[in-house]
Ligand binder design. Structure first.
Ligand code: 0X9
Ligand code: ZN
Length: 789
């Protein structure tokens, strides 16, 4: 409209002609078009760089010949006046500019790069628009305001976002959301469902979900990571899945209402929707929900008795490509995965652990907030009939429950100033997980760690994990590709299943000093081949072949020179000791060493029959330090140990950690190897094995020490730790002898001949490492036997 007002001042046919030409020019410039055709909060996609190389040039028309050149170039004055004698400004193409220069016209370049100016202006519009959008998050918004804002987002970018109504609540309110995706990508893009306010009082969760929708819509153009997500996925963002409860918290009645608003008929109201989903619903021996109508965790009279859970679950069922489900809650800063109903680990526990960790790391990196990740049951408490358990257990949709800020300072009444930072960090975590699932169709891993080396000449079995990530695996599709050395073809084998996602892969025997190269490959349910490492044969895992030499091994049965308690320790009880522990609910009764010994290192001996908190770590930290270990000149040194840690007993569980550090300067400085806790499956007692490649953490020296620090930082926690079967190994040098020295005694003699024959007739003499024992091995051995070396 603004264009017309300007051109309305022109008179005469000629003026109208220029007006028309200029209208086209201005409309096509992309700048004015944006400013006039769209409301301030609704920028459209940036124009393509159509003015690349264009300039604004002022040309001084002095002579008739000047006028002819200008006319022949069909130059249009940028200010929409007819060209006339004197200076006039033109938008010129690079080609036109070349002619102008060659013609000798008097000219000045006003703007050297028109496109750069357009780009800068667009960037400014986008930045200020994004800022304007963020003002909405300065205060909590009620259901109508949230609904209006979602509609506004859809109107802003109809090609990206459309409003959806999933169904109605008990009191007939709409359960609404946005479907957000780009036109890029196939028809069956995987789905990601994000919803908030399953619990009415958790106000920040609705705002967080709206923020996710807001960023998806507003930053698609400017943020390549968001663009990739919308090109990959269909997002469904439902800010409020419990509208009746949420509306109720906005009345003077009860700001802290949690459940929906079902009249239970006995004077009580409400069913906990996050106990009403139909997977492992009902009373369970280990708890997790209540049958009492007045309880905050009342599960309802039957699974899916409530319209809100029916609407949400039906929506998931109706979208078979749904991949991920994020249920946003508050408060306590947790990232919760399967399961809530049991402490047994799910089939895909390793994959969940990786993603839990990625999300919490991303959140930490955003505003420095510590979130703790892990299985729901052990990380927060038993909870059955939850949304994420149903999605994962009943629909193969990977689910997370994210508990937003804070950790109890204000709880559900989180100050409005934290809405935005909270939403930023949680959305960053969700976006990271969506990216990870896009980039990892399948999960591969080595539960015992990637093998650091394998012994020479014997086939070696290695445990491999293979399971789902962004896709489901095709059953029976796992293959191991292996070769000896760094050239030649890989040979393929099928690892045998040993239960769950675990498989046994057989690595070929190889000569000492060589290497075994491997990669794994599997297929998704939709037929994609996926390799691990991703480059497959071009970037295999290289495993050195060598004997392992024990550098230091300690089963804690005798005193090998450990420091039990170090200078600077602050614990008032529960200091490290060595001996035979008396078990409690927190401390082991038995050491680890299988079938032998009885001693280990542990924190504080109590008395038989004493309470769980007796002689636990109190009031500070206690440190156990290994003797000095000489790793100078050692190849591939590795540290391993079995450890026990419990901080789940007592009044303040999951408040402390157990740190393990390593030093290469005799304890002067320390580098963290791992931190156990404050929660997770290994923080509630039990012996767990860990092994580390020392060189990847520190430079090995002659003064290496490892320390174990158990700490009680708060009051009311029961903290117990233990260590056993500590070992340091390194790679031994290969015997420089002859291949025919099969018994490795550094001599080639008749004993080697008889040893070889014995192995040969036992069908176990693959001398040439071709995977078979046959006459070729016999001839190769004889040749080697008679070859001087
Ligand atoms: O008890 C709950 O439902 C959740 N905690 S809250 O304080 N927000 O009530 C924990 C359950 C985790 N939710 C999912 N895993 N979906
Ligand atoms: Zn909740």
């Amino acid at each position: 409209m603004a264009d017309r007002v300007v051109f309305g001042r022109r008179t005469g046919a000629k003026g109208l002609l220029y007006a028309a030409a200029c209208a086209v020019l201005v409309a096509a410039s992309g700048v004015s078009a944006r400013q006039t055709a769209t409301p301030p909060t609704a920028p459209v996609k940036a124009e393509s760089p159509r003015y690349a190389g264009h300039k604004f040039v002022r040309i001084d028309m002095r002579t008739a010949s000047d006028a002819r050149v200008i006319a022949s170039l069909k130059l249009e004055p940028i200010n929409c006046r007819a060209p006339r004698q004197g200076p006039t400004d033109y938008l010129v193409t690079p080609e036109q500019f070349d002619v102008i220069k060659a013609s000798g016209l008097a000219q000045t370049v006003l703007v050297d790069d028109v496109q750069a100016l357009i780009d800068a202006e667009w960037a400014h519009i986008q930045a200020s628009n994004q800022q304007r959008g963020l003002n909405w998050f300065a205060d909590y918004k009620n259901l109508d305001e949230i609904s209006e804002y979602m509609t506004e987002l859809a109107n802003m970018r109809p090609e990206l976002a459309s409003r959806i109504t999933l169904g109605q609540s008990l009191q007939n309110r709409d359960i609404f959301g946005l479907r957000i995706t780009s036109g890029v990508g196939g028809p069956n893009k995987p789905g990601i469902l994000i919803h908030g306010l399953q619990h009415a009082r958790e106000w920040v969760t609705g705002m967080t979900a709206v923020y996710a929708a807001d960023r998806l819509v507003r930053t698609y153009d400017s943020d390549p990571a968001i663009r990739s997500l919308l090109d990959t996925y269909e997002f469904y963002v439902v800010p409020c899945m419990n509208p009746d409860g949420y509306a109720y918290t906005w009345t003077p009645n009860n700001r802290l209402w949690r459940k929906n608003r079902r009249d239970n008929g006995d004077g009580t109201f409400g069913i906990d929707l996050n106990r009403n989903w139909g997977y492992q619903w009902g009373p369970l021996p280990q708890g997790g929900s209540s049958g009492a109508t007045n309880s905050e965790t009342y599960r309802g009279p039957s699974a899916f008795s409530e319209p809100e859970t029916v609407v949400m679950s039906s929506f998931i069922t109706a979208h078979p490509a749904m991949l991920m489900h994020v249920d946003v809650h508050s408060y306590s800063q947790l990232v919760l995965s399967a399961w809530g109903y049991t402490d047994l680990l799910p089939l895909d526990a390793s994959m969940f652990a990786v993603v839990d960790r990625g999300i919490t790391d991303t959140i930490l990196a955003t505003h420095g907030q510590v979130y703790v990740g892990g299985p729901t049951f052990t990380t927060i408490y038993p909870a059955n009939g939850t949304s994420s358990d149903w999605s994962y257990g009943a629909r193969n949709v990977v689910g997370w429950g994210i508990e937003c800020r804070d950790t109890g300072q204000t709880g559900f009444l989180l100050p409005a100033a934290q809405i935005l930072p909270n939403a930023e960090e949680v959305w960053a975590g969700i976006a990271w997980s969506a990216g990870w699932l896009r980039d990892h169709a399948l999960y591969f891993g080595f539960p015992g760690g990637t093998p650091g080396s394998v012994p020479p000449d014997v086939a070696q079995s290695v445990q491999v994990e293979f399971g789902r990530a962004g896709r489901l695996p095709l059953t029976g599709s796992l293959r191991l590709f292996a070769r000896v050395g760094d050239s030649g073809p890989f040979s393929q084998s099928t690892p045998g299943g040993i239960g769950g996602n675990l498989f046994d892969a057989m690595l070929p025997g190889a000569p000492c000093g060589s290497s075994v190269q491997i990669y794994l490959q599997g297929q998704t349910d939709d037929g994609q081949l996926v390799s691990y490492p991703p480059e497959g044969p071009l970037g295999p895992i290289v495993i050195p072949v060598a004997n392992t030499a024990a550098v230091f091994a300690d089963d804690a049965e005798t005193d090998r020179g450990w420091t039990l308690g170090a200078a600077g320790d602050t614990a008032t009880s529960g200091q490290w000791t060595r001996g035979n522990p008396i078990g409690t609910a927190a401390q082991p009764e038995d050491d680890h060493t299988p079938g032998a010994g009885m001693n280990c290192f542990f924190t504080g001996q109590g008395t038989a029959g004493g309470g769980v908190g007796q002689a636990d770590v109190d009031g500070g930290l206690t440190t156990l330090i290994s003797p000095e270990i000489d790793l100078a000149g050692r190849t591939s040194p590795r540290v391993s140990y079995w450890r026990w840690y419990s901080n789940t007993q007592g009044a303040a569980p999951n408040a402390d950690t157990f740190r393990i550090d390593i030093s290469n300067d005799d304890g002067g400085t320390w580098t963290n190897l791992e931190t156990v806790g404050p929660s997770g499956p290994e923080a509630g007692g039990g012996w767990f094995f860990r092994e580390f490649d020392v060189s990847s953490v520190i430079t090995p020296t002659s003064s290496v020490r490892v320390r174990f620090v158990a700490e009680d930082a708060g009051a009311g926690s029961v903290v117990e730790a233990a260590v056993d079967d500590f070992a340091v190994t390194a790679t031994a040098d290969c015997p420089t002898g002859c291949p025919a020295d099969v018994n490795g005694d550094m001599m080639v003699n008749s004993q080697d001949f008889f040893d070889f024959l014995g192995a040969f007739f036992a069908d176990d003499a693959d001398f040439n490492h071709d995977g078979m024992t046959n006459s070729q091995d016999f001839f190769d051995f004889i040749t080697a036997f008679f070859t001087p070396c």
